[in-house]
Design a protein around this ligand. Sequence first.
Ligand code: URA
Length: 265
Amino acid sequence: MRLADLTAESLLAFWAEAGIDSILSEDPIDRIAAGAIAISRPAPLQTSAIHALPATKTQDVSAQVEIARQMAEACQGLEELQDAIAKFDGCPLKFQGAKQAVFGRGALDAPIIVVGEGPGQEEDQKGIPFVGRAGQLLDKMFAAAGLSDRVFITNSVFWRPPGNRNPTSEEQAVCMPFVERAIALIQPRLLLCVGGPSSKAMLKQDEGILSLRGRWIEWRSSDGKIEIPALATLHPAFLLRQPGAKKMAWADLLTLSERLDRPSR
Ligand code: URA
């Protein structure tokens, strides 16, 4: 290897270590004036008859939602669903630097399904949701509330948004049929939405998370066949930045476990 290559490699490794994984210029670039940009994407794997086409800037979100719905509904188990998600090409995030699809972890018959925002850097590396610092805090909170074995954890999108930005509503919409299918297969009794972007997408509310959290809202599947009581709470990444807010999240978890263990009349 040439010295220049070694220098570039170690500089890239240093940046990656420091959390810099996308390159942004200081100066804005007028892409419209510069003309259309061709974004090269890997060729889609032809593994399924209902395989989606690669997402393009002009993609029809509702067509991708329909493809996702067909792929999701064909799945009879969570492993099949995980494979279908990995094959789905309709979410633009898949082509924006994500290493792999990140689906779920936890008890396959969990009474609670937890939906976060989207994978971060560590989740993207490992292919498992909520394994970074925020996830470790979430796990500690579930353990303290006696909920560790009673949750299945997934996200509103399955590929890491570049630079950990919030997922867009279009990105969430094309992933939603898979989230809904996970709910249909697991048949949880309660739903916990973690953080603003997940809560807004799942519960179809415009309110900020601080006013949305801690209240029961009925979640309904898009075909209207499933209804589950849902609770929104603060994201653990927010709690790491604002430890004073932990008491609100703790109150939410107690609300959740109280309802789960409430004797049915
Ligand atoms: N934050 C999320 O919302 N989901 C993850 O999987 C990790 C961090």
